[in-house]
Design a protein around this ligand. Sequence first.
Ligand code: CMC
Length: 428
Amino acid sequence: MDNAKLVLNGKEYQLPVTVGTEGEVGIDITALRSKTGAITLDSGYGNTGSCESSITFIDGERGILQYRGYPIEELAAKSSFLEVSFLLIFGHLPTREELDKFTFDLTHHSLLREDMKKFYEGYPPTAHPMGVLCSMVVSLSAYYPDTQEERYNNIIRLLAKLKTIAAFSYKKSIGQPYVYPRNNMSFAADLLHMMFAVPAEDYEVHQEVADALDLLLILHADHEQNCSTSTVRMVGSSEANMFATIASGICALWGKLHGGANQHVIEMLQRIQNEGGDYRKFIDMAKDKNSSFKLMGFGHRVYKNFDPRAKILKEAADKVLNKLGIKDPLLEIAKNLERVALEDSYFIERKLYPNVDFYSGIIYRAMGIPTEMFTVMFALGRLPGWIAQWKEMREDPAMRIYRPRQIYTGCTERSYIPIDERRTVEVK
Ligand code: CMC
């Protein structure tokens, strides 16, 4: 493909063009500032490619999502979360031997150091589990040195221990004793067992519930350069240790415009129900530019068509609730909202469709997972993606520290004012 031409102040510059394997075109501006003295301005990075990556491909116009070239629909139907984790991190589908070893390694690193339990004692029971999750992850750096030799082991440790950390934070919030991980259970079943078993009773994990959780984890496993993944790359680019780097991704995920949306979707559906079920009123509120209300679980920076994950989850929600014999009025409200929104010119013109968070909460609820834990579930799913992206970046010999520039809009140079000569300025 030809170079791109830029004309600035009457002078013409040639900029090289990079084309990805799926035909995506990027104008390479690496040398822009040194050649022209100018930078690009792209608030929210809507048009900025921050890296080249061979992990995940999204075509938002066509509603396509692929991990390492495999369509999400196929992985959701045929694969398992551990297989997908291996695929994302190591780049290929594991052989049986590789998967057996990976599974063995993960099951044998899921215990937390006993003294780490003390950290939980410092939190009030009302602590949001995302805050606990993130601080426990960064605490792992105190136990496991971040050396090149330990890289594989640390990846395994983090993947294995995050579910124990998550389950313990839930137990702490409800004041129950911690349930330790079991090596004879699948990843999803073990997580559910640690969350819901109590020492006084036998607890059997329903296969349907474990399968549904595994599916949810697969669907959340990676999504290229979103807010939390870019945060992971940003922090990781300073060569901060892996645990601190991933903890930063957990913090970024927490916000309600990102992974926190799943909690807010259920809270919104509950509010609609509590206020009499008039979902049209909420559609009107979402369209009203004088209101800050947004339809949670709707819209996406990249998808301008159906989010393929939402399609899979809508079907899964019906299946799981039927199998468990649960009738959830919130599912009906969600379907009505979706139907009305998709026929409304506001949502049509802006290409706003349900995203992954729209139906996931309904399934988590059916599993008995409390609302505050939803984003923790998202983090558990996203972990292999964050690790894969961090590893890809750190293994790239051309890696540089992330350091965007800015266009300064503040005061130009002025002289210092002695304190008694200053006027009061209202502080915002
Ligand atoms: N409800 C009502 N209007 C919306 C919504 C919504 N959920 N989402 C976007 N819009 C409007 C927005 O007001 C803007 O309108 P206008 O052109 O008149 O100013 C237009 O659609 C374009 O939206 P935007 O805010 O410029 O889009 P963005 O790419 O900056 O934001 C988003 C994407 C996901 C943050 C946003 O759609 C949103 O806030 N959605 C609700 C929160 C949510 O569900 N987040 C989860 C995202 S998927 C999970 C993940 O990977 O994080």
